[in-house]
Design a protein around this ligand. Sequence first.
Ligand code: GTP
Ligand code: NA
Ligand code: MG
Length: 296
Amino acid sequence: EATDLDNLHHRPPVVTVMGHVDHGKTTLLDAIRKTRVAQGEAGGITQHIGAYHVDVPHEDSTKRIVFLDTPGHEAFTAMRARGAKVTDVAILVVAADDGVRPQTIEAIRHAQAAQVPIIVAINKIDKDGAQPDRVKTELMTYALVAEEYGGDTIMVPVSALKGHNLETLLEMIVLVSEVTDLYANPDRPAKGTVIEAHLDRARGPVATLLVQNGTLRVGDPLVAGAVFAKVRAMVNDQGQRLEAAPPSSAVEVWGLTEVPTAGDEFEVYGEEKQARALAQERAQLERTRQLTNRQI
Ligand code: GTP
Ligand code: NA
Ligand code: MG
């Protein structure tokens, strides 16, 4: 969350997709990613970094939306465990031929507990057995009431498979984001959350970082969980090298000394020495904790 009140700017929303098994989360994320190509995305090889962005035409400009493609449940579980808030809007995918199922309910509870606004994507409307109205009725039990039933939950019928109505869904995300106060200060040192991390044979430890406040720059010293890094290079989801990553951007970062843990927070420090010392201190604390646990 933003703490500096001097230079607050609107930042793009960060969205996760949640829902029951096989209701179409992955298909929807893939289909939305493809709408970029239709909008004339500038070349560049799409990287899998655990997040991507789309620029949606809106009135006379474009609005950016950032999608996390880590499974929503995992993102929320990690968030809850660490008290971090990563997501601004949750897309709840409900298959119109299957309706509300146990993981649908779990997803609703996660989002409601985190006070994250929910947009319902009623998926698979292309199927013969699709019953979108039944889905709307079922959701009322969980305090998600469609506008035509007197509520204020946005529900968009879509077909992820056929790519139907995705523009409407994106437009609704933009509208919901506009009434949610999403601000950050691009002038401060970056802080945010580790989305994904792994060991790359050629580049060593790499991590996708979601910048939630401030601007992350090449050369910045940071601590991610208990790991020190001096940012050597940054790449976005389109494979472009960046010098600076503003609020709400997700970038793959090279230059970490070890692989950090997904869900951990990161923060840039003004002094490299200070960052190294802090990382060392935290790593030591972690080792002590592990030893203590082993003894119990
Ligand atoms: P998990 O990650 O396993 O929980 O599943 P998921 O929610 O990511 O679902 P996924 O995208 O893998 O889709 C499950 C199946 O439903 C696949 O066979 C998809 O092709 C199909 N499917 C997804 N969306 C649609 C749709 O809009 N219409 C139809 N007819 N099939 C769809
Ligand atoms: Na599946
Ligand atoms: Mg999936």
